[in-house]
Write a protein that binds this ligand. Structure first.
Ligand code: HEM
Length: 180
């Protein structure tokens, strides 16, 4: 099913809102991660880890899933399709990898926030406290690549894409031949 122009615009608005929103939420997380690694103020550092846990659970994770879902809708509801163009497949794979890494990082971030929230636990007892920073930088790079692919849409049809293209050409009625 291919969207009518109005529905396509709505789907694209949702896709852009949540996808770029995902990037914005990661930037907020990155700011907290940089502060937590550079500040000498212990209370601020503790607050940053607690806030990172909130941002990742209640902003980044939900927005990431809606971005994925809206991307799938935009692909399946347009002639771009899901498996016809390499750029769409690469976007899908990178997005799935980003979401998988995100989900794996939830438990370590939760553990860091638990130590930070416990005033009796020294900050030095935190394991791999730089982990959120490294993942935020990596995640941001991947999301920017996905965004650039979406804007440029580099040419390149998959084998399946060529087949579908030929099928749709074959279904176009031939122009009437003039009989003299
Ligand atoms: C981090 C995740 C993503 C970001 C930042 C992102 C960003 C974008 C951007 C900026 C556009 C350009 C819109 C335009 O110029 O018309 C776009 C379009 C598009 N994206 Fe994504 N995207 C993401 C994930 C996905 C996923 C997972 C898929 C599906 C596999 C997908 C499929 C599409 C399709 C098909 C379009 C074209 C829609 C149309 O022309 O109506 N995107 N995306």
């Amino acid at each position: 099913m291919i969207f009518k122009p109005f529905a396509r615009k709505l789907a694209l608005i949702a896709h852009l809102t949540f996808s770029v929103g995902w990037i914005g939420a990661v930037v907020a997380f990155l700011v907290l991660a940089v502060l937590s690694n550079t500040s000498d103020n212990e209370q601020l550092v503790r607050a940053c880890y607690v806030a990172m846990n909130v941002v990742v659970r209640y902003a980044i994770v939900p927005v990431a899933f809606v971005s994925l879902a809206s991307g799938l809708v935009s692909a399946l509801g347009t002639t771009w399709g899901l498996f016809r163009h390499y750029w769409v497949i690469v976007k899908l794979v990178l997005t799935l990898i980003a979401i998988a890494v995100l989900l794996v990082q939830l438990a370590p971030i939760d553990a860091l926030a638990a130590v930070a929230a416990d005033a009796s636990a020294p900050l030095s007892s935190m394991k791999e406290a730089q982990r959120p920073l490294i993942h935020a930088i990596g995640g941001l790079v991947v999301l920017l690549v996905v965004q650039i692919l979406g804007v440029y849409k580099p040419k390149g049809l998959t084998r399946y894409g060529w087949r579908k293209e030929n099928e749709s050409k074959a279904n176009v009625p031939a122009a009437p031949t003039t009989v003299r």
